[in-house]
Design a protein. Structure first.
Ligand SMILES: Cc1ncc(COP(=O)(O)O)c(C=O)c1O
Length: 396
């Protein structure tokens, strides 16, 4: 009955666990939810005031498909500053979150016969969108290399069919930030083999000290013409529900995005667009700094507890707000006579027995890991991880 294309789509494991945890909570079970992909912190007053002002001003009509001029201009100026390369507002399109920015990019650039390289573990939506475009995802395993991209391994995957690579730094689910050297090498390969770089930097404002973040265009200016930058106000402004993201790249690509989006959603909600203008105000930096401080404190607490657990390993995240725990040594063992045969059994047991909701790594292409978000109340981080520790103590 349904179109064949629906077979390409699996329910996002992240949303599935989020919904399950919500349902249990509503039933009165005190589940601690590490599964959410958003900050628990409220957005800033500046953004709220700007939204109210936009409503009072009556900004209720369609805007240009790719967004209001002020916003596109401010985004272009910000990217120009961050990359030290000039970007014009015509090279920017405002989209319904980074998700639509990525979807539009896949639809206008990829087609059947193309291969798109995706480092694994990856954000669940990347391969689905690639498949929907007709192209084939090709996965680059990073597990053996502490989640960094190994250039020799990458070279092995490049072929005449390679259309693009999707780079996500800081990475969801690992929190890894790619080194300058890695990004420079990827840029060189993209130029040599003529493929696109889709650079998803949704978490670039959330970097933990003393780590540093870099944008691939800033490092290698020549890749501007083959790079699509993807970003969003969702994570850094605690605005996931307002749905504002953007895509930035060469004008022919942005014009194609405009055509496509014109037949899909048209513009992003006008009020949301006017509201995020406030995030360009200098005073907003204080908000982000406060968020970063809170997240770093929670991460430190989380790592202190995890370091006391046996058989659990991790690579320390450098950004975003996720911890990806390697649970390989737990798989194949027993909890109260129940065999933990795979990672989904483990996540189910954690929900039912330890009352913590985590996301199973199989959705991220890593069936030995679990993802925990520490963007939840500090007490929940502490209590939830003690629940995990007590659970693991009963595994043998
Ligand atoms: C790597 C990555 N890209 C894009 C998105 C989508 O973000 P948005 O809410 O802006 O659509 C997410 C959301 O979790 C993400 O983790």
């Amino acid at each position: 009955m349904l179109a064949n294309r629906m077979q390409l789509i699996t329910e996002a494991s992240t949303s599935a666990m989020r919904n399950k945890a919500k349902q249990l909570k509503e039933e009165g079970i005190p589940v601690i939810n590490f599964a959410a992909g958003e900050l628990d912190i409220d957005t800033s007053n500046e953004i709220k005031l700007a939204a109210k002002e936009a409503i009072d001003q009556g900004y209720n009509k369609y805007t240009d498909t790719l967004g209001i001029h002020q916003l596109r201009t401010l985004i272009a100026e910000r990217i120009s500053k961050e990359t030290e390369v000039t970007y014009l507002k015509e090279e920017v399109g405002v989209t319904v979150g980074a998700k639509q920015a990525l979807f539009n990019t896949a639809m206008v650039l990829f087609e059947e016969g193309d291969e798109v390289i995706i480092p694994s573990p990856y954000w669940v939506t990347f391969p689905i969108q690639v498949k929907l475009s007709g192209a084939t995802p090709v996965f680059l395993d990073t597990e053996k290399f502490d989640y960094q991209i190994n250039i020799e391994e990458l070279k092995k995957l490049i072929s005449s069919k390679t259309k693009a690579i999707i780079i996500n730094s800081p990475n969801n689910p690992t929190g890894i930030v790619y080194s300058n050297e890695t990004l420079e090498n990827i840029a060189k390969l993209a130029i040599e083999h003529n493929f696109w770089i889709i650079f998803d930097e949704c978490y670039n404002k959330l970097i933990h000290m003393p780590h540093e973040y870099n944008n691939i265009v800033k490092l290698v200016k020549e890749v501007k013409e083959r790079t699509i930058l993807i970003n969003s106000f969702s994570k850094a402004c605690a605005l996931t529900g307002w749905r504002v993201g953007y895509v930035c790249g060469p004008q022919p690509v942005i014009k194609a995005v405009q055509k496509l989006q014109g037949h899909m959603t048209s513009n992003v909600c006008s009020i949301s667009q006017y509201a995020v203008l406030a995030s360009f105000d200098g005073s907003h930096i204080g908000f982000i700094e406060k968020v970063k401080k809170t997240l770093k404190n929670r991460l430190d607490i989380a790592l202190q507890i995890i370091n006391t657990m046996e058989n659990v390993s991790y690579i320390e995240p450098q950004g975003a707000f996720y911890l990806f725990l390697n649970m390989q040594k737990i798989l194949g063992k027993y909890y109260n006579n129940i065999l933990i045969s795979d990672i989904s059994v483990l996540t189910r047991l954690l929900l039912e027995e330890a009352q913590i909701a985590v996301v199973s790594g199989d959705g991220f292409g890593s069936p030995i890991g679990i993802r925990l978000s520490y963007a939840i109340a500090t007490e929940d981080v502490r209590n939830g991880l003690y629940n995990l520790k007590r659970f693991l103590e009963k595994v043998s």
